[in-house]
Design a protein around this ligand. Structure first.
Ligand SMILES: [Zn+2]
Length: 170
């Protein structure tokens, strides 16, 4: 059983006026190619394409433009993992080159890789054996700010208070 993460970011971002941003359900290589074409994604300088991704509570992988908020990509729902994914495309084959758990809206743990692994294994795409960039999130018990822990320094970057060593957003 994968852990379920609830949205903990700003409520403002949950409110969508008009149509929510386009998102694409990824079941196979073809879906990624279609998304790149249909949304006219521009390649990074290394030729890869970067997307925002979520794995929703039902285990489905969704991607959206990297400027999209994760909560909008998840349509306000709960997730099993979230972050950024970089796709390397070469003559019709797509490989997941990089994956991170960078989502300050959900703050998923490194262990959420299990859900990413599970859904990517069904797509036929090659992908890394784990997050290529793992973020550690903590909420400051004093000022309530969401921190990204850097270099194992569990100190709030805003008020200097100590941060707990265990994940604390539940
Ligand atoms: Zn603080």
């Amino acid at each position: 059983m994968s852990k379920i993460y609830f949205y903990i970011g700003s409520a403002d971002l949950m409110i969508t006026t008009g149509d929510p941003p386009h998102r694409c359900h990824v079941r196979a290589t073809f879906d990624v190619c279609r998304w790149i074409d249909e949304t006219r994604q521009e390649a990074e300088t290394d030729g890869s394409f970067i997307a925002t991704f979520v794995v929703t509570e039902d285990g489905a992988l969704w991607i959206a433009d990297r400027r999209s908020e994760h909560v909008q990509c998840a349509r306000g729902g709960n997730i099993l993992s979230a972050g950024e994914m970089a796709f390397a495309v070469d003559r019709g084959t797509v490989r997941v080159a990089e994956v991170s758990n960078q989502s300050t809206g959900y703050c998923p743990e490194g262990e959420s890789w299990e859900a990413v692994d599970s859904v990517l294994s069904k797509t036929g795409m090659d992908y890394p054996p784990g997050f290529t960039n793992t973020f550690t999130f903590r909420r400051c018990p004093r000022c309530k700010t969401t921190n990204i822990v850097k270099e194992n320094s569990f100190v709030c970057g805003y008020c200097g208070n100590d941060l707990p060593t265990v994940w604390n957003f539940s």
